[in-house]
Design a binder for this molecule. Sequence first.
Ligand code: SF4
Length: 338
Amino acid sequence: MKIADFHQRLADLGAKPRHIGRIDRAWLQGWPLDTGTRHQQAQDFLPLSVREAMPQLSETVAGLARLRSEHPAADGSARLLVELGDGQMVESVLLPRDGLCVSSQVGCAVGCVFCMTGKSGLLRQLGSAEIVAQVALARRFRPVKKVVFMGMGEPAHNLDNVLEAIELLGTAGGIGHKNLVFSTVGDPRVFERLPQGPVKPALALSLHSTDAERRHWLLPRAPRIDPQELVELGEAYARQTGHPIQYQWTLLEGINDSQEEMDGILRLLKGKYAVMNLIPYNSLEADDYRRPGGERIVALVRYLHSRGVLTKVRNSAGQDIDGGCGQLRARAEQAARS
Ligand code: SF4
């Protein structure tokens, strides 16, 4: 379901924009839908038709995203396996410091070689209401002050729904615009549409290599934008919005941790309004890829940092639970089949 469909349903029942705004605020806080409308002055009461439909509306909204299981991790994060209305499952991750990572698609078409979600291909898009429902669900457990679109799926491949969700989260959802992070492999439509929206999120770009051919091998179905052009597009957006670009770099031993790649990062990012996030790959048993050793990671960070590229090491949240994004869902699907 799209947020616009939900709003239309309320309007058809006679709800005015102020009523819809209140219902949205209650929904996105994870409260009962009629919270904030029960004890207002008579003129603010919901129309009788809306009140009568409230149990059914509440049930519809609750059914958008139900908690299937919760998996707390030692780092303070927790992976949530979330069941959608049709039984499909996605993952959300409660992050330390009141963050939440949400999914925008079931599966993903980009097929990054190091990603479990990419192995299933795209199964379906999430509606905008299903995206914000993940925030409402998470807020039943703890505050959410930051939402990153880094879960399952490529947000640029579901752009209308993701932008509709961002607009609601940045208004009725009460989340600061720089605390909404749109994460993408890079797509020309993103750079056209994001600057036009009323809520301009921060941008994370998955770079992973500065070599166009290697990047194409790692992200086989990402749009073929040259890394240098991608950085130039990112820089223009960062300057326009005042939010630095967060570059994502999954560190794979022997693949993109070479001196040549580090010098490529310096060439592209030195002097840019950017942060480089090195994310050591989360190795699994019987896996083709490995993370570099700890000393090597420290040396890479020092090398970049000391030469003027702000660099951080980010571990993927909750990696002691079940590895990277998509693995909980894959396991649940496997269990359902066996
Ligand atoms: Fe899709 Fe992101 Fe996985 Fe790549 S890393 S396959 S873009 S979900």
